[in-house]
Design a protein around this ligand. Structure first.
Ligand code: GLU
Length: 486
């Protein structure tokens, strides 16, 4: 399914167009940091009327399974991020990577190195002894090929500049200067003919016509090395924006506990993709003080200047609040589908059955439930009263409201309700008010145990609405379950 196309970027028409790319390594899921990088790359391309390409960096053959690629693609699709053309396989382009490496040798910008592991070890030892960083000393840089030992397959090393500066002119980090003397002649092609990661990325970005690279700032030092290859080939270095990584709320590296999870974990926790998009957009990018904005607004406003230099901190509370906003705003029919899909995905079969069998009732109830939920899972919990089977499971807080005294009041309520001619919110409301008055109680004193008995919880939509939603027979039966149990 992955393609290896785009041999040369010298395609006319591409030159003025913004081309970004998302280049994940398939690890089995789309992690939250990758999702944000993809979102920024996508938003920038959209803003400029350009393209975002998808390159799967699948050179690690053990990890790069078909399932891992599918997980990435699914994660992007769920988040609503689209790319142009087919995903490109980095592994599939190995021959092209080798071709460029050999071209660099021909141009005199790279060379064969025949050093054995033992020689390299010795080199490092000597450097260390001289108080220098342990690295390759350029032994084969200017040596004649005639000195090559027999039967040794060489690696290809790039001739890195020996002096001067390598400057990464970054849209987020500013001008970052690397001293050439600190870069050694790194390997671009291994002795088995496979490219190193550093080299493959450059060749791919060039061939794909990438004009803007947006990625995590853990790649900043790689950028300096990659620039060496661009310069050696005489290729234009793409614009770069290295974004600070996401940290936990305490400022430490993002851990699983802090939210370093795959996007599917967020889906399973009940976050809506539009909420996650909005939240991730704010995590490292800003447009004034705007917290809530549509994806269309984000695309319209997105600029590299809006990317923040400071580390972003992941904040579950903020994400929940944004999610709550999107749940309140969503159309019930859409939420119903998400509730059903989420229940199925997390294996809550009773909810799948209940939601499926009571679609109309759930749709009617949803506008009442939406303001009370911050996640789709909470929404499902809130809807359970509709299809819960009798006798209801009563949660601890609700159980505390069902005392011998309140059960006695519930019995009186049941009697009044049994005598009603009409089962409607106004009729029930009037009858309950009259009963409260006769007993010298506040209406709330009646409503609380009623809610506990009818929903098994202390939170629900208006309890009279609940009674109309589940119907007269079910309401009376649930009430009797609680009153006859005394
Ligand atoms: N495959 C790299 C990663 O997942 C990204 C490489 C790049 O963006 O240049 O971190």
């Amino acid at each position: 399914m992955l393609h290896t196309a785009h041999k040369s970027s010298k395609l006319s028409g591409l030159m003025s167009q913004v081309v970004t790319r998302f280049a994940p390594s398939p690890t089995g899921y789309l992690h939250i940091g990758g999702a944000r990088t993809a979102l920024f790359s996508w938003a920038y391309a959209q803003n400029k009327g350009g393209k975002m390409l998808l390159r799967i960096e699948d050179t690690d053959r053990e990890r790069s399974t078909e399932a891992a690629v599918t997980a990435l693609v699914d994660g992007l699709k769920w988040l609503g991020l689209t790319w142009d053309g087919e995903p490109i396989s980095q592994f599939g382009r190995a021959a092209r990577h080798a071709e460029v490496a050999h071209e660099l040798v021909k141009m005199g910008h790279a060379y064969y190195c025949y050093c054995s592991p033992a020689e390299l070890d010795q080199m490092r030892e000597e450097a260390r002894a001289a108080g220098k960083p342990p690295r390759y000393n350029g032994y084969w840089r200017d040596r004649d090929q005639s000195e090559a030992p027999d039967g040794v397959a060489p690696v290809i090393r790039i001739k890195a500049p020996l002096s001067g500066d390598i400057v990464v002119d970054d849209h987020v980090q500013g001008k970052v200067v690397f001293k050439a003397e600190n870069l050694d002649d790194f390997i671009i092609l291994r002795s088995d003919g496979t490219p190193t990661y550093m080299h493959a990325v450059v060749v791919d970005d060039h061939d794909m016509g990438v004009t803007h690279i947006i990625r995590g700032d853990d790649h900043l030092t790689n950028a300096a090395r990659q620039i060496v290859i661009y310069n050696a080939m005489g290729w234009t270095v793409p614009e770069m924006a290295h974004i600070p990584l996401i940290h936990g709320p305490d400022g430490a590296k993002l851990s699983k506990r802090h939210g370093a999870l795959g996007v599917e974990a967020y889906r399973q926790m009940g976050y809506l993709p539009e909420a996650l998009r909005n939240y991730l957009a704010r995590l490292g990018w800003s447009h004034g003080d705007d917290e809530i904005f549509s994806t269309e607004q984000m695309v319209e406003w997105f600029s590299l200047e809006g990317l923040n230099k400071g580390a972003a901190r992941f904040d579950f509370v903020k994400l929940e609040n944004i999610n709550g906003h999107y749940i309140r705003e969503a159309a019930p029919a859409y939420l119903y589908d998400v509730m059903l899909a989420t229940s199925a995905e997390v294996g809550r079969q009773a909810d799948v059955d209940g939601l499926s069998a009571n679609k109309e009732t759930v749709l009617t109830a949803l506008p009442e439930l939406q303001p009370r939920a911050k996640t789709v899972l909470e929404l499902i919990d809130l809807a359970q009263f509709i299809y819960a089977s009798r006798p209801l499971a009563i949660d601890a807080a609700a159980a505390a409201l069902l005392t011998p005294e309140t059960r006695a009041v519930l019995r009186d309520m049941a009697e009044v309700l049994r005598g009603l001619n009409e089962w409607s919110v106004p009729a029930i409301d009037a009858a309950m008010r009259a009963l409260a008055e006769a007993k010298g109680l506040k209406l709330g004193k009646l409503a609380q145990p009623l809610r506990a008995a009818l929903t098994g919880r202390t939170v629900s939509p208006g309890i009279f609405e609940v009674m109309v939603l589940i119907g007269r027979d079910e309401s009376m039966a649930r009430l009797e379950d609680q009153t006859s149990a005394v």
